[in-house]
Ligand binder design. Structure first.
Ligand code: NDP
Length: 345
């Protein structure tokens, strides 16, 4: 039986790398969870993925999957029936940027509005919204070495801004605009940096594909590019604590343990799987600039070449009481997970 204080929470994008940890965390806290996926046929896969985190818990009857698509109206209103809170995590996050940026911007922005509209209609007032630090850091700071905070907003008109960064920034903006017009909604936004750590189940998101690329060792050298990073388990915990702490409403929270260059990430991979040929050397910046003349995907990293974009997670530490796990260890754990999958017969 669920505890008396248990609530019913709709988590969109429950097949996702981060969302599976959120779903498991909410179930472990005694809540009922409705997970959305593009197809209900993925119910078994979600259940199997979260099972290892829920040993000894009586949770199967407290979870169900229903079908929702960010680009379609079907089902959203019905999905909110009996729901106390919405965790909106679903958003397209491909490794390769599409030729048409609207493939990402459309579902991200329209999906956010669709979810919020359905929430308002059903009287669901509590919302935890998954954005990203790309909604914060895609802008130039007045001084080199300045630390980004939640007060910063990405500039979607900046040259070289990716479709993904645009989609996340515009979706978060649309969500805040919506809430301005509907003050009954108590929304907290979580802005994770690059998320790392072992995936649950067989399907995993783009950030693990990046670790997999390092593991595969196909690139002979690495560009001097990096990001702040955070453990997936801390990201899930941040969402749940934001929900548990009403004082977090109306705020955005950047999540990052530390900045890591690709070469730091590669070292963490190599440490975990020393038998693999992992490239550790950095390519000189002039070489990357030269290659970008011929390769559009390389062009997108030019604004970040050699730039250490630091972001403060002090607010998450203070208000949400988070203590971040070591991301280098999280990358090693992800690399070991990839290695185990690859060595399966
Ligand atoms: P995943 O790709 O694993 O998860 C994305 C989820 O969104 C999946 O459940 C996916 O469903 C769903 N989704 C995508 N497009 C649609 C659509 N049109 N309709 C319905 N559902 C859709 O990525 P992550 O778990 O990493 O990302 C989860 C959230 O966290 C996203 O909002 C992402 O932007 C954000 N984020 C991720 C970071 C990271 O480094 N991983 C960093 C910062 C933010 P399906 O399985 O059907 O594709």
């Amino acid at each position: 039986m669920a505890e008396p204080s248990s609530q019913t929470i709709l988590v969109t994008g429950a097949t996702g790398y981060i969302a599976k940890y959120i779903v498991a965390g909410l179930l472990a806290r005694g809540h009922n969870v409705v997970g959305s996926a593009r197809s209900e046929a993925r119910d078994g896969e979600i259940r199997e993925a979260i099972t290892p985190l829920l040993e000894g818990e009586d949770w199967q009857g407290r979870y169900r999957t229903l079908a929702l698509d960010l680009s379609k109206d079907d089902g959203w209103e019905a999905a909110m029936a009996g729901v106390d809170a919405l965790f909106h995590t679903a958003s397209p996050f491909p490794l390769e940027q599409p030729k048409d940026e609207n493939e990402l911007i459309g579902p991200a922005v329209e999906g956010a509005r669709r979810a919020l509209r359905a929430a308002v209609k059903a009287g669901v007032a509590r919302v935890i919204f998954t954005s990203s630090t790309v909604s914060i850091t895609t802008k130039e700071m007045p001084q080199e070495g300045s630390v980004y905070t939640e007060a910063d907003w990405s500039d979607v008109t900046r040259q070289g801004v990716t479709a993904y960064a645009k989609s996340k920034t515009l979706a978060e903006r649309a969500a805040w605009d919506f809430v301005k017009d509907h003050p009954e909604i108590q929304m907290t936004v979580i802005n994770p940096s690059f998320v790392v750590g072992p995936p649950l189940g067989q399907s995993y998101g783009t950030s693990i594909e990046v670790i997999e690329r390092l593991y595969n060792g196909k690139d002979p050298m690495l560009p001097r590019v990096g990001f702040p990073a955070v453990d997936v388990r801390d990201v899930a915990e941040a969402h749940i604590r934001a929900f548990e702490r009403p004082e977090s409403a109306g705020e955005r929270f950047a999540l990052a343990e530390r900045f890591m260059w690709f070469s730091d990430m590669a070292r963490a991979v190599k440490e975990a799987v020393p038998h693999r040929k992992v490239a550790l050397r950095e390519a000189p910046n002039f070489l990357i600039r030269f290659l970008s003349l011929f390769d559009a995907s390389i062009r997108t990293i030019l604004p970040d070449l050699g730039r250490e974009r630091m972001i403060s997670a002090d607010k998450a530490k203070t208000v949400l009481g988070l203590e971040f796990r070591n991301v280098s260890e999280a990358i090693s754990a992800a690399a070991r997970w990839i290695d185990t999958q690859k060595s399966r017969p």
